[in-house]
Design a protein around this ligand. Structure first.
Ligand code: HSE
Length: 298
C-alpha cells in the first residue's frame, strides 16, 4: 500500500522544439513516497528540500493527483511525501517531476489501470498551476522516458521518439531563478514566416536524425530562432557557454526549458563530461554559484 518512486528531471524545448520536444534524464530527480489512505483525496504530509505549500490545491503534485482521482472516482485517497532535489525555477522540470511522479505513482499503486500516455493530461494540470500554461513538453518525457514530441495539444497527442543509446546531456544550472511565466512574457506573440520555416525545418530534421542515428544532422538542427534570442539575455554567459560546448564536441547547446539551466547534448559520456569541465571554467569566473550534471538520456 505504499510506493517510493523516482521523479526524473527533464529538458524541454531542446532548441528546435519549443513547447513540443523534451527528453528525460537518468539519475537526476526527486523522490516521492505515496501511501493509500482511507480518507478520500490527496494529503501532502511532508516536503523536504524545498519550501513548497502542503495545501493540496496549491501544490503541483496535489493538483495533478486530484485531477487523476476525480477521473477515477475512488472511494479512498492517498498521502504523499515529496523529497525535492530539483530546484524550482531551474529549467530542468522541477514542477513536472512532481506532477508526473504523483500520477505515475498512484497508477502503479492501483495496478496500472491507465496507460502511461493517459496520465499526461493530469500531470499537465500541475504544470498549469506552476506556470500558468498547459504545456506537456516536460511531463511527457518524465512519464514516458527518452525523447517525446507533443504532436498536438488539441486534442493532446504525444509521440515517443526512437533515439540512439549513447546520447548524454550536460546541464549547467546557474543558481539564479528564472520563472517560466517571466520567461514566457519576453517572447513575441507572433513570429515571422521565415523564422517559422527555419524552426520547423530544424525540428523535422532533428527527429529524422534521432531515428537514423545521424549525429551530424542532429547537431545542425539543434538551433532555436524562436525563444533563445529573447531568453538568452536572462542567462549570464549564455553565449560563452554555448561557444565552449560546441567547440568541445557537443552536438548542440541551448536553453533547458525556460532556463536558467543550459543543456548540451553529446554523443558519448566522455564528450559530455569534457563539455562539463570546459563550461565550469567559463562559469567559475563569474562568481555566480552553479551546479553541473552529466546524465544519460533514458
Ligand atoms: N516549453 C516551456 C517553455 C517549458 O519553454 O516555456 C517550460 O518549462
Amino acid at each position: 500500500n505504499q510506493i517510493k518512486i523516482f521523479c526524473p528531471a527533464t529538458v524541454a524545448n531542446l532548441s528546435c522544439g519549443f513547447d513540443v520536444l523534451g527528453l528525460c534524464l537518468e539519475g537526476i530527480g526527486d523522490e516521492m513516497i505515496i501511501r493509500k489512505s482511507d480518507e478520500k483525496g490527496i494529503r501532502i504530509t511532508k516536503i523536504t528540500g524545498a519550501d513548497l505549500p502542503l495545501e493540496t490545491n496549491k501544490n503541483v503534485a496535489g493538483v495533478a493527483g486530484l485531477a487523476m482521482l476525480n477521473h477515477l472516482d475512488l472511494e479512498f485517497g492517498f498521502e504523499i511525501e515529496i523529497h525535492k532535489k530539483i530546484k524550482a525555477g531551474s529549467g530542468i522540470g522541477s514542477s513536472a517531476a512532481s506532477a508526473a511522479g504523483v500520477v505515475v505513482g498512484i497508477n502503479e499503486l492501483l495496478g496500472n489501470p491507465l496507460h502511461r500516455k493517459d496520465l499526461i493530461p493530469f500531470a499537465m494540470e500541475g504544470e498549469f498551476l506552476a506556470s500558468g500554461s498547459y504545456h506537456a513538453d516536460n511531463v511527457a518525457p518524465a512519464i514516458l522516458g527518452r525523447f517525446t514530441l507533443v504532436r498536438g495539444y488539441d486534442p493532446l497527442e504525444v509521440i515517443k521518439i526512437n533515439s540512439p543509446n549513447d546520447l548524454y546531456v550536460t546541464i549547467i544550472h546557474p543558481h539564479i531563478e528564472v520563472k517560466t511565466s517571466e520567461a514566457r512574457k519576453v517572447l513575441p506573440k507572433e513570429i515571422p514566416l521565415k523564422t517559422a520555416i527555419t524552426q520547423w525545418g530544424n525540428l523535422g530534421g532533428f527527429i529524422s536524425g534521432l531515428y537514423t542515428e545521424n549525429y551530424a544532422l542532429m547537431g545542425r538542427c539543434l538551433q532555436d530562432v524562436v525563444a533563445e534570442p529573447y531568453r538568452k539575455n536572462l542567462i549570464p554567459e549564455f553565449d560563452n557557454v554555448k561557444k565552449v560546448a560546441l567547440e568541445n564536441g557537443a552536438l548542440g547547446c541551448g536553453i533547458s526549458g525556460s532556463g536558467p539551466s543550459i543543456y548540451a547534448l553529446s554523443k558519448g559520456i566522455q564528450t559530455a563530461e569534457n563539455v562539463g569541465d570546459k563550461i565550469k571554467e567559463v562559469y567559475s569566473k563569474t562568481g555566480i554559484e552553479y551546479a553541473i550534471y552529466v546524465s544519460k538520456v533514458c
